[in-house]
Design a protein around this ligand. Structure first.
Ligand code: FES
Length: 162
C-alpha cells in the first residue's frame, strides 16, 4: 500500500513530466526504495494514482531487473547469466554464488541477509562477469573477488562472527 508521503512525491513526478507514463519508472523506484520491493497492492495503488492500466504497471515493473516484485534479502544479489558473463570457468559465477550461499534463484538466505537472482544482462558485457548487489555494480569478477565482496558484507553485518 502506498502511503501518504509517497503519494505526494508521486504527485510531484506527475507535475514534473509532460505525460503520466514518464512518472511510472521513478514512482516504481521510489516505492521500492521505501518498501524494499513492489507488491501487488502497490501496483494497484499506482495504477489508480497514475490512471494507467494495472497491466502497464506490471509490465514495466517486471521488465526492469532493478525492480523487485517480491521481498528479498537485505542485500539483493543479481548475477548476469548471459554469454559474456558465463565464460569465466567451468562453473558460472551464478552457480558459484548459489553454492556459496546455499540458495537458488529467487531464494533468500535463512538470516535474510542475501537473496539471489539471475539476470540477463547488466550492461557491463565488456567487463564480464558482472553482478549487482542492491544498487552497486561489480565487474571483472572471479570467484575470489566474489568471495571477498560477499564475505566483507557478512563481516560488516555480523562483526562478532569475525
Ligand atoms: S552479458 Fe553480462 S553484463 Fe552483459
Amino acid at each position: 500500500m502506498i502511503d501518504k508521503d509517497t503519494r505526494i512525491t508521486i504527485a510531484g513526478f506527475m507535475k514534473k513530466f509532460p505525460c503520466r507514463d514518464s512518472a511510472l519508472v521513478p514512482s516504481l523506484c521510489l516505492i521500492q526504495k521505501e518498501n524494499g520491493y513492489i507488491s501487488g497492492s502497490d501496483m494497484e495503488d499506482l495504477s489508480e494514482i497514475l490512471n494507467l492500466p494495472e497491466a502497464r504497471i506490471f509490465s514495466t515493473a517486471s521488465f526492469y531487473s532493478m525492480l523487485n516484485l517480491k521481498p528479498g534479502g537485505k542485500y539483493h544479489i543479481q548475477v548476469c547469466t548471459n554469454v559474456s558473463c558465463s565464460l569465466i570457468e567451468k562453473e558460472t559465477l551464478f552457480d558459484y554464488i548459489s553454492k556459496k550461499l546455499g540458495i537458488r534463484e529467487g531464494e533468500s538466505t535463512p538470516d535474510g541477509l542475501f537473496s539471489l537472482e539471475a539476470v540477463e544482462c547488466l550492461g557491463a558485457c565488456g567487463y564480464a562477469p558482472a553482478m549487482m548487489i542492491n544498487a552497486d555494480h561489480y565487474e571483472n569478477l572471479d570467484f575470489n573477488k566474489a568471495d571477498e565482496i560477499i564475505d566483507s558484507i557478512r563481516e560488516y553485518e555480523n562483526p562478532a562472527e569475525k
